[in-house]
Design a protein. Structure first.
Length: 338
């Protein structure tokens, strides 16, 4: 999965002008964070906390839970692998197509893996169910009531609900209170997505003390760096400055979808800021390379998601002007096939 991940801007040596391949907006002002970290520039001289307990305590206060109900790690992806490890050799069901790290983590730790297209189709006898909500790469959201009804119908199953993109949803998603009322849910959250800092790698889980205690026993010491811990404190203290305009981003995503459908594409019915599209001809890898070389625009080739095809790609809405650049470029590429 690592080689096929989105946001592979590092491959293109400065050619990329606008990055549509990552599911977060690129126009966020981080000058305050950068100034803060610069002022704390000597923190790398010492080891960080062995576990980021100071961030966990701050998050616990913010969410109104106990510190043992919060686990902070080196990105939500580390927690995905911790869960697969803690419940190794189990039976897992994954709502698909979705973030490939779930199946990679499960297979690494000997799970038998089944795929389902909707939560109502959940196979019987599952130990763990993995649900991304909003879902990557489609942008679709499972209604809160439906999700909770499925969880309540299977009290012996652990549900991993990855809400990394919850800040971008225009629909209601499950909340911390929903998790704390149930002992069989782990909710994943991502400071990476909420504050648009993917390079810092910091995320967290909320769940029962019993489940998170099992995960803590597998954590390596110092997995979260001093810089990431310091940044997390700053971001959480300045959360009001990082409000995501989910309505505007969703509106732009719908506009992108409408124009792409006019080009003959099939496009997902997104509930957030990104969309999944399928080309009527050609392959996503060809379009991706053409867009970078011709216009410096980077998209996500989505062909390596389970159940998708070489024609699938994903884009996240950016500013209106940047979205126009992408639409016009894709229309040009499509017309060259006619």
């Amino acid at each position: 999965m690592i080689e096929g991940h989105g946001d592979d801007i590092f491959r293109y040596g400065g050619k990329v002008r606008v990055n549509f391949s990552t599911n977060i907006p690129q126009s966020v002002d981080h000058s305050g964070l950068m100034a803060h970290l610069a002022a704390k520039g000597d923190i790398f001289r010492n080891y960080p906390e062995p576990t980021p307990g100071s961030v966990e305590r701050k998050l616990a206060r913010m969410h109104g839970v106990r510190p043992e109900n919060v686990l902070v790690a080196n990105g939500a992806t580390e927690i995905i692998y911790l869960i697969a490890h803690a419940y190794r050799s189990g039976r897992s069901a994954i709502l698909s197509p979705t973030f490939t790290e779930y199946q990679d983590a499960c297979r690494m730790f000997g799970h038998s893996v089944s795929f389902m297209e909707c939560p109502e189709e959940m196979p019987e006898g599952m130990d763990t169910v993995w649900i991304c909500n909003p879902n990557n790469p489609t942008g679709e959201v499972i209604e809160r009531g439906l999700l909770l009804s499925v969880i309540d119908a299977h009290p012996q199953t652990l549900f991993v609900v990855d809400q990394a993109y919850a800040s971008y949803s225009v629909k209601e998603v499950a909340g911390v209170a929903d998790v704390m009322e149930r002992g069989n849910v782990v909710m994943l959250q991502s400071l990476t997505k909420q504050f648009v800092v993917p390079g810092l790698r910091i995320g967290y889980a909320i769940g029962s003390g019993e489940v998170l205690g099992r995960l803590r026993g597998l954590l390596m010491p110092w997995s979260v760096s001093s810089i990431a811990i310091e940044a997390a404190h700053y971001l959480l203290d300045h959360a009001a400055s990082y409000s995501i305009d989910s309505v505007t981003l969703h509106s732009e995503a719908l506009r992108l979808a409408e124009r792409l459908r006019a080009c003959g594409m099939t496009v997902s019915d997104t509930d957030c800021n990104f969309i999944l599209a399928r080309l009527p001809h050609g392959e996503a890898r060809e379009l991706k390379e053409w867009l970078v070389e011709r216009y410096g625009l980077l998209i996500r080739d989505a062909s390596n998601f389970e159940g998708l095809t070489p024609q699938h790609f994903r884009v996240a809405a950016q500013t209106s002007g940047e979205n126009d650049l992408l639409i016009n470029a894709i229309e040009e590429w499509i017309s060259s096939y006619r």
